[in-house]
Design a protein around this ligand. Structure first.
Ligand SMILES: Nc1ncnc2c1ncn2[C@@H]1O[C@H](COP(=O)(O)OP(=O)(O)OP(=O)(O)O)[C@@H](O)[C@H]1O
Length: 228
């Protein structure tokens, strides 16, 4: 389980008069869930890039369980991300021609020349939890909702302490989107992972513990403050 503490985080770009992200303080307790919303250009992708170590902020600290990933080199951030973050994106990035099981195992195969014992069982367990069979059918024949469920199982394989999802229901119809919402929150709960989701989907954000709104890089709304 990982808690997040952001302190005086700013991301500035040379051509941008104001910071793309400007967060004096944000605490996300381990095992809790946070929805991030806001209009286009508000800084949501920048926020995801910074908390997953894809991008280093211009200033400030991004501490996960006390470790400031903003101080790590790019290679160290990549290693940290591979160990700790399960990423679920709007596009599923599945490998056509491979079945669901092989897609779930693929990132682990890149990391481990020989697949560690237990990975196959864990993949089968996760696929069962997301309601996908372990047949040989290539994922390119799956519906979009099924593809996203495979992507969720893949994100969870390495038991990440945090699941970060970027618009995970954006390209799904209402019913598939609702199923994916339910799965993400249920699995984060059973796995004890912190869940951070960028979403415009009010059905999804409504299921999470807390909602913040970004506008012009700043936090302009926070359900935790409204409740206090
Ligand atoms: N590499 C960059 N160089 C200059 N400006 C950038 C760069 N990346 C992002 N920005 C700017 O930073 C601001 C925040 O961008 P960001 O992509 O985080 O917004 P967003 O909320 O994810 O938007 P959307 O919902 O449209 O994806 C925008 O004004 C964007 O143009």
């Amino acid at each position: 389980m990982l808690d997040l503490e952001m302190e005086n985080v700013a991301v500035r770009y040379p051509d941008l008069p104001q910071p793309a992200l400007d967060l004096p303080r944000l605490l996300v307790p381990a095992g809790s869930s946070l929805a991030v919303t806001g209009p286009s250009g508000a800084g949501k992708s920048t926020f995801i890039n910074v908390i997953t170590g894809l991008e280093r902020p211009s200033a400030g600290a991004v501490r996960w369980k006390g470790q400031d990933i903003a101080r790590l080199s790019e290679a160290a951030r990549d290693r940290w991300r591979a160990r700790n973050v399960g990423l679920v994106m709007q596009e599923f990035h599945l490998f056509p021609g491979l079945d669901a099981m092989e897609n779930v195992l693929l990132p682990a195969r890149f990391r481990h020349p020989r697949l560690p014992a237990g990975f196959r069982d864990r993949a089968a367990h996760l696929l069962a939890q997301v309601g996908i069979g372990t047949g040989r059918r290539g994922v390119e024949t799956f519906s979009r909702g099924e593809m996203q469920r495979v992507a969720i199982a893949r994100a969870l394989l390495a038991r990440p302490g945090v699941i970060v999802a970027d618009e995970p229901t954006a390209s799904l119809d209402g019913e598939s989107g609702a199923a994916v919402c339910a799965l993400l929150t249920a699995l984060a709960g059973t796995e004890g992972a912190t869940l951070i989701v960028v979403t415009h989907d009010t059905a999804l954000s409504g299921r999470l513990d807390r909602r913040i709104v970004l506008t012009g890089g700043r936090c302009t709304g926070d359900s935790a403050m409204e409740a206090a």
